[in-house]
Design a protein around this ligand. Structure first.
Ligand code: SF4
Length: 432
C-alpha cells in the first residue's frame, strides 16, 4: 500500500488538559467493537467505576456509544481536562475515535491518505506557525489494498496526478489568491466534464500546461464586475446564518457579521476588504493552508461518487468566506487580527460548519444553485481590488518570508507592497 501523509504533522502533540477546546465535546462518540469488548470486562468487575461505565454507555442496534452530558461533554472528561478512561485504564483502552483524533486516514484501493483535522487547536497552531508549504511524504508497506465495490478503479490512477496538481496550484504563490481560486474552479469544471463523459484518458492533457511552468496553465479570468462580487459574498454570509451552530455564541457571531455587512455601504465594504487584505499581506499562506486542507482531504473521494467540481467549489468558497469572516473580526477588534484570532476563526468554522454533515450537505446543495454558477464566481474572483487604503498597516511579518513576491505587470505593482500575493493590495484603478 502507498501511504501519503503531511510531514508537518509529525510534530503534533496533543495539548491534553491544557487544550483550550477539547475534542471530548461532541454530539456522539461511537465505540468500536474491540474497545467495547474491553469495557465489558471492566464492567463485569461490578465495582463503582464499572457501574458508572454501565450508566455512561448506551447500546442501540448493536452499536455502543457514550451518553454525552447535556453540554456535549464526554461522561469521562474530568474537571482537569483529562480523560478518566485514559488515566484509569491506560492509552490502549481508549476507543479508536479518541485514540486517532485529530488524525484521519482515508483509503482508496492501494492508497492511504493521512492528515490531521483543522478542528483541533493544536493542529491549527502548528499549521499557522509554519508558513512553508505542506510537504507530502510517501512511503510504502506490505498492507493489502482495501477493496471497495463502489470505487472507480479506472479513474483512480488517472485522477491522482490531477489531485496532486490541484494541491500544487493551491500552494503556488506565484498566483494571487484570487487567481488561484479562478484557476482551480475553471480547471475543476473541465475535469468534471471529462469525468462525466468517462473520457478519463483526457485528464492528463488538462494538467499538461502547468507542467511547462505556467502557474495559470493558460487559464484566464474575465472582465471584472464589482457588483457581482458584493452580491455573491453577501449571499454567502446570509447562507451561513441559516446553518446549525452547536455553540450559541458562534451563531450570534455569524449573525453579527452578516448584520455588519448589511449595514455597510458598498464603499465601506470594499474599503474594509481592501484594508484587511493589505493588513494580511504577509499571511496569505493561512488561507492557502485551508484550501489545501480541504482539497487534500476530500478531492480523491471523486472515485466513489464522480463529484469533483463541487468539492473544489466548496474548498474555494469556504476559503473566501474565511477571508471575509477574518476581515469582519479584524474590524471588530480595532483592526487587529493575530494568528491566534485566525486559529479561532478557522477552528470554529471547522467544528461548526465543516465537521457537521448537515451543514456541509446544506452548503453543497445551495452552492449548486444558479447564484453560484461558475461564470458568476469567475466574475467575482476576477474583479481586482487593488489599492491599499490610506492608513492601513500590514500586520508584522513573522520571522520567515511567507509568500514570495510575485512578478506582476508594471501597471499592477505598487512599490510599497511587501511580499504580496493578493490582488487586493495593489493600486486601485479609478475605472473599477
Ligand atoms: S482537540 Fe487536539 S489538542 Fe485538544 S484534546 Fe483533542 S487532540 Fe488534544
Amino acid at each position: 500500500m502507498i501511504i501519503r501523509s503531511l510531514a508537518l504533522f509529525d510534530r503534533f502533540k496533543c495539548a491534553g488538559s491544557a487544550c483550550k477546546d477539547t475534542c471530548c465535546v461532541r454530539d456522539k462518540l461511537v465505540l468500536d467493537n474491540k474497545t467495547y469488548f474491553e469495557y465489558q470486562r471492566v464492567i463485569a468487575k461490578g465495582d463503582a467505576f464499572g457501574r458508572r461505565m454501565v450508566a455512561s454507555i448506551s447500546e442501540r442496534n448493536g452499536v455502543a456509544s457514550f451518553r454525552m452530558r447535556d453540554n456535549g461533554e464526554c461522561p469521562f472528561l474530568m474537571r482537569n481536562g483529562l480523560c478518566e478512561l485514559y488515566v484509569r485504564l491506560g492509552p490502549e483502552r481508549i476507543c479508536e475515535t479518541c485514540r486517532k483524533f485529530p488524525t484521519f486516514a482515508k483509503e482508496y484501493g492501494n492508497y492511504r491518505e493521512i492528515g490531521c483535522s483543522f478542528s483541533c487547536p493544536e493542529v491549527l497552531r502548528l499549521v499557522l506557525t509554519h508558513p512553508e508549504n505542506f510537504q507530502i511524504r510517501v512511503r510504502e508497506n506490505d498492507t493489502e489494498p482495501v477493496t471497495f465495490d463502489n470505487l472507480n478503479a479506472k479513474l483512480l490512477p488517472l485522477i491522482y496526478p490531477v489531485r496532486d496538481r490541484f494541491l500544487e496550484i493551491a500552494q503556488d504563490k506565484r498566483n494571487t489568491l484570487r487567481k488561484t481560486a479562478t484557476v482551480l474552479l475553471k480547471l475543476a469544471d473541465e475535469v468534471q466534464s471529462v469525468i462525466d463523459r468517462k473520457a478519463y484518458d483526457e485528464l492528463a492533457s488538462l494538467i499538461a500546461p502547468f507542467e511547462a511552468g505556467d502557474p495559470m496553465g493558460g487559464i484566464t479570468g474575465e472582465e471584472p464586475d464589482a457588483a457581482v462580487r458584493e452580491v455573491l459574498f453577501e449571499k454567502l454570509l446570509k447562507l451561513h446564518t441559516k446553518l446549525e451552530y452547536k455553540k450559541p455564541e458562534n451563531a450570534v457571531r455569524i449573525a453579527a457579521a452578516y448584520k455588519t455587512v448589511r449595514s455597510e455601504s458598498f464603499e465601506e465594504r470594499r474599503a474594509r476588504e481592501l484594508d484587511f487584505a493589505w493588513y494580511m499581506n504577509h499571511r496569505v499562506y493561512e488561507y492557502r493552508k485551508w484550501l489545501f486542507y480541504l482539497l487534500y482531504r476530500d478531492l480523491l473521494d471523486v472515485v466513489f461518487d464522480g463529484k469533483f467540481y463541487s468539492r473544489v467549489r466548496f474548498a474555494v468558497l469556504s476559503t473566501l468566506c474565511l477571508f471575509e469572516f477574518g476581515s469582519l473580526e479584524w474590524k471588530s477588534r480595532d483592526k487587529q487580527f493575530t494568528p491566534q484570532n485566525q486559529e479561532e476563526v478557522f477552528r470554529s468554522y471547522a467544528r461548526e460548519v465543516d465537521d457537521n454533515p448537515k451543514n456541509v450537505a446544506r452548503l453543497y446543495k445551495k452552492l449548486n444553485g444558479s447564484a453560484y454558477a461558475l461564470p458568476k464566481l469567475i466574475l467575482a474572483l476576477s474583479n481586482p481590488i487593488k489599492k491599499p487604503v490610506d492608513g492601513a498597516t500590514p500586520a508584522e511579518p513573522l520571522a520567515e518570508p511567507l509568500e514570495e513576491p510575485v512578478e506582476e505587470t508594471a501597471a499592477e505593482t505598487v512599490d510599497t507592497a511587501p511580499a504580496e500575493t493578493t490582488d487586493e493590495a495593489k493600486a486601485e484603478t479609478p475605472a473599477e
